[in-house]
Design a protein around this ligand. Sequence first.
Ligand SMILES: Cc1ncc(COP(=O)(O)O)c(C=O)c1O
Length: 502
Amino acid sequence: MVVIESSQLPMAQDFSSFLSLEAAARKKSPLKGLLRFMKGDMLSLGGGLPHPSTFPFLSLSAEITAMRPGAVNGDTAPVKAKVARATELVTVPHAPQAGKIESLTTSLQYGMGTGITSLREFCKEHINRVHCPKYQDWDVMLSAGNTDAYAKVVAMLCNRGDKILVEEWTYPTALETIEPLGIGHVAVKMDEEGMSAVALKDLLDNWGSTPEQANEAKPRVVYLIPTGQNPTGATMSVQRRRDIIQVAQEHNLILIEDDPYYYLQFSAGRDQQQSDNGAIDGGTNAIGLMPSLLSLDTDGRVIRLDTFSKTLAPGCRVGYVSMNAHFCAIIQYHNEVTTQQPSGFSQGLLAEMLVSHWGQEGYTRYLTENVRTEYLNRCQHLQTSFRKHVNGNLASFIEPSAGMFIWIKIHLERHHRFGAVSDSVLMLDLFNKCVENNVLMVPGWQFSCKPKPADMDPADLLNVWADDQCTYLRATFAYATFEQMEEAMVRFGHSLDAAFSK
Ligand SMILES: Cc1ncc(COP(=O)(O)O)c(C=O)c1O
């Protein structure tokens, strides 16, 4: 294994020309600037920090799943397994204590817009181990989850009137965030591996050739979900990831890699190949997962959004963003005048759990064994139930290799009214039948990039199918019990039969 010293890696390119007017005008808060002097023997009469003796929280404890090094049986048992999980108690004390990584006097206090140091350093070390960035000056910033991070990244890179390139089916919040800001989007074709690099290249090579594009600046920012894509479940192959990076280099693009489902890769570990400093080469990375776009980026053009939402709990409202140090500073300045940092309760508990109890090894095992195994079992169960109870001639899906979703295609061409009425009429009828039979899935049009008709009330779901080209429903295997999943497929099968019957 050849170890590459960080100092041998290139520095990030200068992407300052990508900053929005808002971002270019952002400055570090001078008040926050004082915080960095608060160490050693400094006597501070500055800052408006409340006195910690007034905090009514004297300690904070949680019973957590134990992930002791080398533990077997209950300790590493998947969440669903019958074996009782071994647990341990995490406590964050009020004041700093020997053997404790955090105290409430720090984590509940005002702090830097970067997030608390212990948790941020842990996340940075984790990124280094798993993604091993290929340039020197990258950094990590805590966020209040990917929704928060995405909104701030958009504010950093886009002005009103700009357009972002997105997958043709995408996470609706990504579009709902930008629409009111006057930022548009351009859909890029997808296939079973997610965004097509060929379509992206084609679109940008020929930008300006259509009347709509004639007076439009070429988009410079791409938003994509490379693993277990929401809603399609698609996961990019290693080659696709490399191709997307290549197009990004050719067309000088910034890539926003929104990757909440990264650790939910079901085939992980199969093709493990290790090289260089434990990172990817040709195949999967050091822990058997697909290389992230961040790990393939040598320029500093990928902004990677990670979140604890799908792996620990969404209510933590904590995530972490990895990107070049210049972008990190801009997001820090934005944090300083908005959220400041994620909740101190979350940060304190997470830091104590991850740093003092689980460590890097325990955290990685929790992700790749507990969480992944649970969703793998669930995914397989939903698929088996589908095959058992649903007529495969009328509906089908591509087996997902990651994530929480299956994207069900309805074969309307087999419907006796196909062609006589619009596809939306048939899809709406099927959706209504599902609701009547008490089984709910998300109408595929909700993930469509096409503009919704202005006269349409998107909440009027029993009367609206807003994209005539959309013949999909999205189902998730993340939440229902195994019995409920099977029953849901029975009901879906009946609804489908009823909708297709003469
Ligand atoms: C693609 C994608 N990004 C972001 C989120 C939300 O992440 P967070 O809870 O970290 O804000 C979701 C949740 O469904 C998602 O599917």
